[in-house]
Design a protein around this ligand. Structure first.
Ligand code: ATP
Ligand code: MG
Length: 215
């Protein structure tokens, strides 16, 4: 008696067609879902955006948005709340883009460097005054308030003042706020919040801050 032959496996040449068909069907389902989601997102709105967390990239991501906005011919302003004492690549380059990006480094430096609370509060108040002026100016589409979270965390600027102003900002204006330790009330008010997670940072391995990457 002869043993029945096992069913023949599909020839290798047929396999790619089957894989392609499955892939096409999966992508068609995905596209339908994605198209439905896109169709539902119909509103335009000036956003309150917060970049926080201990990982690197908060200011860098805000500057990425500046770059993007410029590409659409939008005018942008940046206020730095804790920097100013030191130079940075972004502040240097912004001078070449004056009128498109207006850059104000109004901080006195890191709080552990000034060691003077009154001076920190005065600097924060000056930077905030400039921020309010820029946010009210209809020529700006995007205003970055860099390290605002730090002065709010340290109470060198009253949180209520900031929340009140953001609540009443021009509806079409995008505001990006950066810095570690964002206050929960600000997170609550914001439309878009991203937390940078520290996975690895070369500073911990003794590598110093480097131009073009860190400042
Ligand atoms: P960046 O400006 O590079 O996007 P950041 O805005 O996320 O950093 P800050 O807290 O503003 O972070 O960082 C101040 C400086 O410290 C920057 O030069 C930054 O590159 C560096 N830095 C950021 N995160 C870390 C970290 N986890 N450890 C050490 N240095 C950091
Ligand atoms: Mg930063």
């Amino acid at each position: 008696m002869t043993t029945p032959k096992p069913p023949t496996a599909p020839v290798a040449a047929d396999q790619p067609d089957a894989d392609d068909a499955r892939h096409r069907a999966r992508m068609a389902r995905k596209k339908a879902l994605q198209d439905a989601r896109i169709a539902q997102a119909t509103r335009e709105k000036g956003l309150i955006i917060v970049h926080t967390g201990p990982g690197k990239g908060k200011t860098t991501a805000a500057l990425g948005m500046v770059f993007r906005a410029l590409g659409h011919g939008l005018r942008v302003a940046v206020v730095q709340f804790t920097k100013g004492a030191r130079t940075s690549g972004e502040a240097n380059f912004a001078r070449e883009l004056a009128g498109r990006v207006d850059f104000f480094a109004l901080g006195e430096g890191f709080t552990w460097e000034t060691q003077d609370r009154e001076r920190d509060c005065a600097a924060a108040a000056r930077a905030w005054e400039k921020a309010c002026e820029l946010m009210a100016d209809p020529r700006y589409s995007l205003v970055v308030l860099d390290e605002l979270n730090i002065v709010l965390r340290d109470d060198t600027l009253p949180l209520t003042t900031v929340l009140e102003a953001l609540h009443h900002k021009r509806p079409e204006l995008h505001v990006v706020i950066t810095g570690r330790s964002a206050r929960p009330e600000l997170i609550e008010l914001a439309d878009l919040v991203t937390e940078m997670k520290l996975v690895k940072h070369p500073f911990r391995a003794g590598v110093r801050a480097q131009p073009g990457v860190d400042f």
